[in-house]
Write a protein that binds this ligand. Structure first.
Ligand code: OAD
Length: 246
């Protein structure tokens, strides 16, 4: 711990990559934990892909509605809050990259978040709006009927959650900024991710290639441990305040 604290203090630029374990202590389930993870109980291709949504839009919408409710009731934990405090005390020194689709980093007070997998609480059209003229915004998903899933009265388009599904590209601007941050940082903290989903899982390797140290915070082994200069076995809410607070 003391060594990692000294690395953090000395870092000109710190990049933090978070995954589902970051929000576990806020009560938001992870994906791959053996008993409690979402993918232990649900088929990812049925619930988190466009073909799955087209096959049964009501089922998929209902599953996301439940997750949205869980996230609305969750509160940022001590780990989210420690990251936001560190960023406020060290302006311009932190890039915070997350695979999480909840809004707990933002509610903790973090700014400039690079959200690689979208936003659970946002809506967007399943297909580009057919009434969208060049330069115009087309129909507004907020005006769709109640559903489930909500459907546009004008164009018939379905509303879907604003998350990245399997087989889809990451939001380009956020991913480009995350690649830049991984190349620029001198220390990357990797918190609460299994490291199984690419391209996000490639960021720690990129940081190492560019000369940064990598530190893992995770109670269990992850695919990324091989890149790490230090592995801290503990939880986000337990360890981040100890690492980041003065
Ligand atoms: P996973 O569910 O794959 O991994 C969660 C990780 O968090 C595991 O390594 C756990 O050991 C660790 N963990 C559990 N509790 C923790 C705690 N309290 N503190 C710290 N770590 C803890 O989640 P991700 O790696 O985020 O994709 O999964 C990556 C992507 O796969 C997700 O973003 C999602 C999913 O399919 C999309 O939504 C596109």
């Amino acid at each position: 711990m003391a060594r990692v604290r000294s690395w953090i203090a000395a870092a000109e630029h710190l990049c933090v990559l978070t995954g589902a374990g970051m929000s576990a202590e806020s009560g938001v389930p992870t994906f791959r934990d053996a008993l409690t993870g979402l993918w232990a109980r649900h088929d990812p291709m049925a619930l988190a892909s466009e073909p799955g949504f087209r096959r049964d839009p009501g089922l998929v919408w209902g599953w996301y509605a439940e997750r949205r409710e869980g996230v609305r009731q969750a509160r940022p934990n001590a780990g989210h809050l420690a990251l936001a405090r560190w960023q406020a005390r060290h302006p311009g020194r932190l890039s915070l990259v997350t695979q999480n689709v909840d809004d707990l980093h933002q509610r903790a007070g973090s700014t400039g978040l690079l959200a690689l997998h979208g936003a659970l609480l946002e809506d967007r059209w399943l297909a580009p709006c057919p009434r969208q003229a060049p330069g115009a915004s087309g129909c507004d998903p907020a005006c769709a009927d109640a559903g489930p899933p909500p459907r546009c009265a004008h164009c018939g388009n379905l509303v879907r959650p604003g998350v990245v599904w399997f087989g889809e590209h990451l939001p380009g601007a956020a991913f480009t900024s995350a690649l830049e941050a991984a190349a620029r940082c001198d220390l990357m903290l990797v918190v609460g991710t299994s490291g199984m989903v690419h391209p996000a899982a490639g960021l720690p390797g990129r940081a190492v290639e560019h000369g940064a140290r990598v530190v893992i915070v995770n109670p269990l082994p992850s695919q990324l441990d091989g890149h790490a200069h230090e592995v801290l076995r503990g939880t986000a809410a337990g360890l981040l305040p100890c690492l980041l607070d003065d």
